[in-house]
Structures are given as C-alpha cells and as structure tokens.
Design a protein around this ligand. Structure first.
Ligand SMILES: Cc1cc2nc3c(=O)[nH]c(=O)nc-3n(C[C@H](O)[C@H](O)[C@H](O)COP(=O)(O)OP(=O)(O)OC[C@H]3O[C@@H](n4cnc5c(N)ncnc54)[C@H](O)[C@@H]3O)c2cc1C
Length: 310
C-alpha cells in the first residue's frame, strides 16, 4: 500500500516538476510526484515543446561542456557568439514590458547555465538549434536571439530522460491524482496536501509542497473578473500563413473574427486578439484558425506523439 507521508510532494509531472523532484531526491529525501493526467499522457505542456531552452553563456568552451559531441569541424562552422546574463535579463525585461519580478529574474538568469549543465548530468541530451535559430552565410551558421540549444528528441526527449532519471532515483509518481488543497498547521506552515486519487479524497502528510503544475493557460474552469477584457492568442499553420482566426464565446454556436496582428508570415505564429466586454456568467471559449490554403483547425485533436508537429 502507498505511504501517506513524504518529505516533499511535487505537483505536476512536466519539466519543472521533474527537475524539482530529481533535485530533491538527490538530497536523499522521500519524494512523491502527483500528476493529474494518466501515465500515457504524462509530461504536461513540456512534452509538446520544441525543447528549445534559453540560458546565458559566455563562450564555446561552456557550450562544449554540455555538448561534448561537438566536433572541431562543426564548431568551426558555427558562430555561436555569446549571450550574457545581462542580455538574458534584458530579454526578460523587454518581453514583459518591465513587469517581471527583477529578483526572480536575476535568480533565473544567474543560475541558467548551471541548470542546463545539471540537466545534462541528469541525462538530458542537447543539440544545436541550427534549423530555426541560425542562418547560413558563406558556409557558416550564424546563431541569433541567444537561443542555441534544444533537447535531443524535443520536449518528448527531454521528458523521457527526466522520467528515466526519476525512476533511477526511486521517485514515486501517482498518476490520475490531482492536488486539490494545501494544508497548513497553526503556525501557517505547510503540513500536508489534499488530493483526489480516482474517486478517493486523501490527505498526505508532508513538510513541503512544490507547485509545478504549469501555468501556460488559465486552469480549466478558470475565472476572470467581468468588464472589458482583451482575449489574446497565437495561431500557427505548418504550410502557410494564417488568414483568419475566429473566436466563439458560447461553445461554438456563434463565431466572431479576431484581429490578426503583424507580422503574419507563412509557417510562423501570428498573434491575434479580440475585445470582449465580459458580463457575469459562464462562458465556453473556443478559437479556430484557418490558413491561406483553407485548412481549418479541427474541433478535436486526438492525442498523438508529436503534439502540434503531427
Ligand atoms: C506548442 C508549444 C510549444 C512550446 N515550445 C517551447 C520551447 O521550445 N521551449 C520552451 O522553453 N517553451 C516552450 N513552450 C512553453 C512550455 O511548454 C512551458 O513553458 C513549459 O512546458 C512549462 O513547464 P511546466 O513544467 O511548468 O508545466 P507543464 O509541462 O505544463 O506541466 C504541468 C503539469 O502539471 C499537471 N497538473 C496541473 N494541475 C495539476 C494538479 N492540480 N494536480 C496534479 N497535477 C497537475 C499537468 O497535468 C501537467 O502535467 C511551448 C508551449 C507549447 C504549448
């Protein structure tokens, strides 16, 4: 029978959760990972990514440490430049229009290289991102944007390597198990977590909970305040540019056109938005994109190994 007491409970089984669980297990503490999805759909959004990963680096020697397969010939063909901690911080500040928490951002940036080194030591293999982050000129690949590596096998490869390491370390994973509440003692410290496993509601005793349950989108059944809202999204087609994006606020009964932002290029993500004067109530929002060749996003996409790349 499963234990009901762990030193650390990690919520989620994507990249962040698995890294946290492995780092904790390296300290010889008991770790439990909770994942709401079934085992065959594990890995969260991380599973579907391209595996591209940003970190600060100074020179080729640092890259060689995480890319030992890089030959002299290949290295000589590549202009990798450098992407300093200052560059990385500037990227975060610009992207967030200055809204980022600077202390957290500095921690992320200053630990970024050693994090990638650590992931490599855990078994995640990396490769040069020369297909989409470099252009070839006079026989050399010039990298741009400070993004030079991706996990071999994309997000799938990275997640599988992290799961293999978690198994080696004896980390327990409970699938189809949802964290539903934190429990605190009278001093306000975490003392447990409430979970739903199948039909059962259980309480686990633990001194620490790491919430790594993602946050790419609003959670299902999300709530926002009423009033003027700007619905924003991104759409992409693998064969052409997007010609229109429609949004439904009533689960597909009625559709309205979203505004496409520039640039809108073939096979690139295009940004779109729609002003919505949200009145109190329940809404089921859907979006569907159509590309210039008339291909329309299907209503349902069956689970598949390649995610959006299928
Ligand atoms: C198509 C696509 C491509 C992308 N490409 C890239 C890329 O190349 N590089 C990059 O850096 N980023 C990319 N991203 C962004 C990236 O996916 C996310 O930033 C990243 O995966 C977040 O990782 P995570 O571990 O925080 O969350 P996730 O990987 O989403 O994991 C969260 C996990 O928590 C589980 N969970 C949620 N709630 C609960 C609960 N209550 N109880 C138990 N479990 C719960 C979920 O089921 C999920 O498995 C991409 C995103 C998408 C959608």
């Amino acid at each position: 029978m499963s234990k009901l007491k762990y030193d650390i409970v990690v919520v989620g089984a994507g990249n962040a959760a698995l890294c946290a669980a492995i780092a904790a297990a390296e300290q010889s503490v008991s770790v439990l990972v909770l994942e709401r999805a079934p085992k065959q759909a594990r890995g969260g959004n991380s599973y579907f990514t391209d595996g591209a990963i940003r970190f600060a680096y100074k020179n080729l020697d640092q890259i060689r440490e995480i890319l030992p397969e890089l030959t002299e010939t290949r290295a000589a063909q590549c202009d990798l430049g450098s992407y300093t901690e200052e560059n990385y911080l500037e990227t975060l500040i610009n992207l967030s229009q200055g809204k980022i928490d600077r202390d957290l951002a500095r921690t992320l940036v200053s630990s970024s290289y050693q994090t990638i080194q650590w992931m490599h030591q855990q078994g995640v293999k990396f490769a040069l991102l020369d297909r989409n982050q470099a252009f070839k000129s006079k026989g050399r690949y010039h990298f741009w944007g400070g993004l030079i590596l991706k996990a071999v096998g994309r997000g799938v490869g990275s997640i599988e390597s992290l799961f293999a390491r978690a198994v080696d370390l004896g980390i327990e994973v409970w699938y189809e198990t949802r964290a539903i509440g934190l429990i605190k003692n009278t001093q306000g410290q975490i003392s447990g977590i409430k979970i739903k496993r199948g039909q059962k509601t259980l309480t686990l005793e633990t001194a620490a909970v790491i919430l790594a349950s993602g946050g790419f989108e609003l959670p299902w059944d999300g709530e926002i305040s009423s009033g003027k809202r700007l619905l924003r999204g991104r759409s992409w087609s693998g064969v052409d540019k997007i010609s229109k994006v429609e949004v439904s606020l009533d689960n597909g009964r009625n559709w309205q056109l979203a505004r496409l932002r520039q640039p809108n290029l073939s096979q690139a993500w295009v940004r779109w938005d729609l002003e919505w004067n949200a009145r109190p109530g329940h809404y089921q929002l859907l979006a569907r994109a159509t590309d210039s060749q008339g291909n329309r996003q299907p209503d349902l996409v069956p689970f598949n190994q390649k995610g959006y790349l299928y």
